[in-house]
Structure formats: C-alpha cells, structure tokens
Write a protein that binds this ligand. Structure first.
Ligand code: DAK
Length: 259
C-alpha cells in the first residue's frame, strides 16, 4: 500500500498491524486525503487474515490536532455536504477488527473523535484530549458531542465542548475516556502489547464481542441483550470454541485458528 500521509506496518507484532499518521509539521491535521488513507489501510487490514488487531498512532507531539482547518475554512455548507466526509468516518467505524489508539500529545477535535472511534485508547502522560471546535466558531461534527458524553458523562462533556478546555491523560483516564496512561516512551509499546493480548484470542469471538459491546450504544437494553445472545450461540459453531474449551480442560494453551 502506497500512502502519502500515513505509514503502515502489517506486522508490528504477530497478528498486529500499525497505522501511523504522518503529517508531523501540521500536527497530523486530518485532511481529506489522510482520512481516506486511514480508511483504505483499515479496510485492507480488516480483510487480511494475518491481522487480528490494529494500532493507530501519531507521534510524540500529536496524535492529531483535528480536522485540517485550512482545508475547511473556505467551505460552504453545501461543499461540506457534497464532500460527504461521513462516508469515510462511517467506513472507519465499520472496521470489524479491534482498533487501539496509541495517543501522545494533542488529540483534539477530529483527532479526539478518531480516538473515540477506536475500541481502546492507551495514552502517554503528555496526551491532551479536547474538543476545541467552539474556539473556531463551530462544534464537534464527527461524534464529539455523543461519544464523549457517553464516555465521560454530561458535566465534563459539556465543559469540554462548550469551553474548549483540554483534559490531561490522567483526567481522561479518571473520567473513563481512555484505558491506560503510561510514560511517553512506553505508550506505543503498551498499545501494541494490549493489541497482542487481544490478537491471541479467537478472532471470531473478538469480532462478535466487539460488535456486541458497540450495540450497547445503539440499541435499547433488551434488544441488545438478544443481539448478544445470538452472537454467543453463534460462537458454538466455531472450531475455536471447541479448541478453547478443550484446551482449558486439558490444561494447555489454546491454538485459535479463526475458524
Ligand atoms: N488544521 C490545520 N493546521 C493545523 C491544525 C489544524 N487542526 N492544528 C495545527 N495546525 C498547524 C498550525 O497551523 C501550524 O502550522 P504552521 O503555522 O507551522 O504552518 C502547525 O500545525 C503547528 O501548530 P502551532 O504552531 O499552532 O503549534 P502550537 O504548539 O503553538 O499549538 C495547538 C498547538 C494544537 C494548540 C494549535 O495548533 C491548535 O489549537 N490547533 C487547532 C486545534 C483545533 O482547533 N482543532 C479542532 C479543529 S476542527 C467531520 C469530521 C471531523 C471534524 C468535523 C467534521 N465530519 C465527518 C463532517 C473535525 C473538526 C475539527 O477537528
């Protein structure tokens, strides 16, 4: 895969792929091409049986400082409608394999929203999360008012969205936005380690479990419980379920094949 604004590694660890946002001078501002490249790389990794989990990262200074303001500034409402960035963001959201964001420095606006599209977030102590769109006369447009509110609750989400205040990695962890905070030299390794732990499991079970957890945000409880139940039953059709349970009984490590 040849990309201009991202670097990819299909095997940063066994079964783990890496996408690195690579517009460092612009703090990884998310222009349309960069978002399209993330979408395309995720699609390729989603279809690759040698990949079971994906890590997305930026660099030490910035995960991403938001959508590219210079690219958006002159646009009209109709331009924005016709560009239809949502099809790209929706495609990213539909990735079936687990995605872990490894965040250092700024994760702002669309950068914070991109993190929140991921399934887990590992951050360095220097990470800062924010929705500062209000400072430039707009508001979050890619899930910031919804995913942030579900993650951290109304009080903090309102404060971040209305005042533009950034929160530290530690505050984000305490509020439930992210999974883990580690020293800056470790954030990528820790994210890859977490991805590797997930990648050791049955990939079909992981996929259906991810899908089921996400339903908690989309469906009323009773329907989501039925959805969960169907996925649970379905896993009894896999060889991995037989292998996992036999391995437990035989006191050995399971060898999952993704079948
Ligand atoms: N866009 C374009 N360029 C950016 C940028 C951004 N978001 N953030 C930083 N840069 C550029 C700066 O312009 C500067 O470029 P040069 O002047 O060197 O050419 C370079 O990166 C370094 O930035 P600074 O010089 O400003 O660095 P500082 O350390 O002084 O400040 C900062 C860092 C992160 C506090 C500051 O750069 C900043 O406030 N950046 C903007 C943050 C922001 O407002 N982000 C929200 C943008 S709006 C949607 C999807 C997504 C979105 C909307 C809709 N749909 C699916 C419809 C998302 C919207 C947004 O994210």
């Amino acid at each position: 895969m040849a990309f201009e604004y991202i670097l990819t590694d299909a095997q940063v660890a066994p079964y783990v792929a890496l996408i690195r946002l690579n517009r460092p001078k612009e703090l990884n501002a998310l222009n349309l091409q960069l978002m399209g490249e993330i979408r395309d790389a995720l699609k390729a990794f989603d279809e690759d049986p040698a990949v079971r989990a994906i890590v997305i990262t930026g660099n030490e200074r910035a995960f991403a400082a938001g959508a590219d303001i210079k690219q958006m500034a002159g646009k009209s409402a109709i331009d924005m409608l016709q560009i239809d960035q949502f099809s790209t963001w929706d495609a990213i959201r539909k990735t079936r394999k687990p995605i872990i964001a490894a965040v250092s420095g700024f994760a702002l606006g669309g950068g914070c929203e991109l993190c929140m599209l991921c399934d887990m977030i590992v951050a360095s102590e220097t990470a800062q999360f924010g929705q500062p769109e209000i400072n430039i006369g707009v508001m979050p447009g890619a899930g910031g008012t919804q995913r942030l509110t579900r993650a951290v609750g109304k009080a903090l989400a309102m404060e971040m969205v209305l005042s533009g205040r950034f929160i530290s990695a530690e505050e984000a962890r305490a509020a439930g936005l992210i999974n883990k905070v580690v020293p800056v030299e470790l954030y990528l390794d820790e994210a890859v380690k977490l991805a590797s732990r997930v990648a050791e499991k049955s990939p079909i079970a992981v996929q259906l479990a991810k899908e089921s957890v996400l339903k908690a945000f989309d469906m009323p409880l009773q329907e989501a419980l039925y959805f969960e139940r169907k996925n649970f039953y379905m896993l009894f059709a896999t060889e991995d379920q037989k292998e996992g349970m036999e391995a437990f009984i035989e006191k050995r490590k399971a060898e999952f094949k993704g079948r």
